[in-house]
Design a protein around this ligand. Structure first.
Ligand code: CP3
Length: 351
């Protein structure tokens, strides 16, 4: 930490938690907090020709970033973009079909891989950095801006399958059958992701999160090679460039391998998924890490007792640790807004 960092952390509860500070009230933000459960998001989303056009239009992306902050007063904004802008900027064009999720031309052969650029076309991503700059200028002094990228394994799994799948079998098969080729793709993504996060931080992001949403489908040996090691390389690169930048990793489904993840040198926080028991994680994971999570998104959707009990158990389980309240995965589009309001009110009351 530089001399100036503690002051910044004091003012922003999220940064305080990532610096290891425990407070009475856990700061809160929610994964996928901008998006379709908000009527004001659906209204502006309709004005863009495509989802990526939306992401690449700073006025719209800035508005989408700020909507959940205005409505709920979260402690952090997350830059509105998507993990798949990296393949898009590497030349594998991405589209989002209404109600069906992402579509890419699958990478199947060495020739497909050779068709990718060595590095992202930064001019294509320039609007993302412009959005970060504008959002940062618009935020009040207590709200932090989080940048993000997908982990190489998760991004590669979409690049290989060309779409979402239940278990990422296409990428797992590709990695078994053509490990050298797969390693080449992962290397490209490590370089691109580290540079992308660095640029987001220089543009105004104050912390970054690496989403490894599909870490949990890999057996331990593959997990180490394709999920853990590439993320450790990104963290090391970012640390070398920006020694103070807080970095959160979210290895969804890491399960028994969570401890290895938590041992990555240079991480500031770790995002825990719904299956992790808070008290056990609080006891087992290194004290230098802020713990983030991990209310079941379905408990938030359900509301009532399930929500209140879930919140209370989460807070009790992480008591004694620097904690950032979040869900165990992204908020679901069907989530009632009143439940999110209730969540924030209960957190602030308990604090
Ligand atoms: O609010 C925020 O969290 C910031 C923006 C954000 C989006 N996607 C916007 C989005 C973030 C952080 C993401 C991350 C993301 N994108 C992940 C990792 C987190 C996770 O949920 O596991 C993944 C795997 C993706 C890839 C992706 N993007 C998929 C599979 C889909 C389609 C299904 C879905 O979840 O909506 C998207 C589209 C997407 N990304 C939307 C939004 C708001 C919906 C598109 C629309 O509005 O038409």
């Amino acid at each position: 930490m530089t001399a100036a960092a503690p002051d910044v952390a004091m003012a922003k509860p999220l940064l305080a938690a990532l610096a290891g500070e425990r407070r009475r009230a856990s700061p809160v933000w929610l994964m996928r907090q901008a998006g379709r459960y908000l009527p004001e998001y659906r209204a502006i989303r309709a004005s863009a020709a495509s989802f990526l056009d939306f992401c690449y239009t700073p006025t719209l992306a800035m508005e989408a970033t700020l909507q959940p902050i205005r409505r709920f007063g979260f402690d952090a904004a997350i830059l509105f973009s998507d993990i798949l802008v990296i393949p898009d900027a590497l030349g594998q064009r991405v589209s989002f079909e209404e109600g069906e999720g992402p579509r890419l031309k699958p990478i199947e052969t060495a020739a497909d891989l050779a068709g990718l650029a060595e590095a992202p076309d930064w001019s294509r991503l320039a609007p993302v950095f412009e959005t970060a700059e504008r959002v940062r200028a618009a935020l009040t002094s207590d709200v932090a801006l989080i940048g993000f990228c997908g982990a190489p394994w998760t991004v590669a799994s979409y690049m290989i399958a060309g779409r979402g799948t239940p278990d990422q079998a296409p990428a797992r098969l590709f990695a078994y059958r053509q490990p050298e080729l797969f390693a080449r793709l992962i290397d490209i993504l490590v370089e691109a992701s580290a540079a992308y996060l660095e640029r987001q931080l220089r543009a105004g992001a104050e912390a970054v999160q690496i989403f490894d949403s599909w870490a949990g489908v890999l057996p331990p040996a593959e997990f180490e090679r394709w999920s853990l090691a590439p993320i450790a390389r990104i963290v090391a690169k970012l640390r070398a460039a920006l020694p103070d930048a807080p970095i959160i990793a979210f290895p969804r489904g890491a399960a028994t391998e969570l401890g290895k993840f938590a041992a990555i040198d240079g991480l500031s926080g770790i995002g825990l998924d719904t299956a992790v028991e808070p008290r056990a994680a609080a006891a087992a994971l290194p004290a230098r890490l802020a713990l983030q999570g991990n209310l079941d998104p379905l408990a938030l959707l359900a509301g009532g007792r399930a929500l209140d009990d879930g919140i209370d158990r989460t807070l009790a389980g992480f008591a004694g640790r620097a904690h950032i309240f979040n869900l165990g995965h992204g908020i679901l589009p069907e989530t009632p807004i009143a439940h999110v309001e209730r969540l924030v009110a209960r957190l602030r009351k308990t604090g």
